[in-house]
Design a protein around this ligand. Structure first.
Ligand SMILES: [Zn+2]
Length: 132
C-alpha cells in the first residue's frame, strides 16, 4: 500500500527496508516532520534521499505506563530522539533496543523493525548505541 500524506514516502521506504528523508529540491534544506511545502523557500518539490540510520542521541525518555496502541511494547520502554548529521541534523523519534539508561551524545545506529499497533504491523526504527 502506498503511504499517504506528506510523510508517505518515509513509510513506504521503511517498509522496503530503507530510511528516506525529505530534502527540498530547490534550496536543499532537510525537513522533518515532512511538510507539503518548504518552509524556507516555498518550494513544493522534495527529493526523498536514502539516509544512513546513524546519528547522535539528542534526548530520551523512559515510559513506565502503557498507552493506547503501545501495549505490545511492554513496559518500561525507552524512546529516543536521534539527530542525523547526514540529513542536515534533523531529529527522528524511535525506540531504544533495550531499557538501559542511554547517554546523551552517544553514537547510535538503527535497525528497521516492526511494531504492532491497533491491529496493524507498522515499521519502526530500533536504535542501539554503537559499541565504542
Ligand atoms: Zn526549500
Amino acid at each position: 500500500m502506498k503511504g499517504l500524506g506528506a510523510d508517505g514516502p518515509y513509510w513506504d521506504a521503511l517498509s522496503a527496508g530503507e530510511l528516506k528523508l525529505p530534502r527540498c529540491a530547490d534550496c536543499g534544506h532537510w525537513h522533518w516532520p515532512a511538510p507539503f511545502r518548504c518552509a524556507d523557500c516555498g518550494s513544493w518539490y522534495f527529493e526523498w534521499v536514502a539516509t544512513p540510520i546513524e546519528g547522535d542521541l539528542y534526548s530520551w525518555t523512559r515510559t513506565w505506563q502503557p498507552f493506547d496502541g503501545t501495549e505490545n511494547l511492554g513496559t518500561p520502554y525507552v524512546s529516543v530522539l536521534v539527530e542525523l548529521p547526514e540529513a542536515g541534523g534533523i531529529r527522528l523519534l524511535g525506540l531504544a533496543a533495550d531499557t538501559e539508561t542511554p547517554k546523551i551524545g552517544t553514537k547510535m545506529t538503527g535497525a528497521i523493525a516492526s511494531s504492532h499497533v491497533w491491529g496493524r504491523d507498522v515499521p519502526m526504527i530500533r536504535w542501539s548505541a554503537v559499541a565504542a
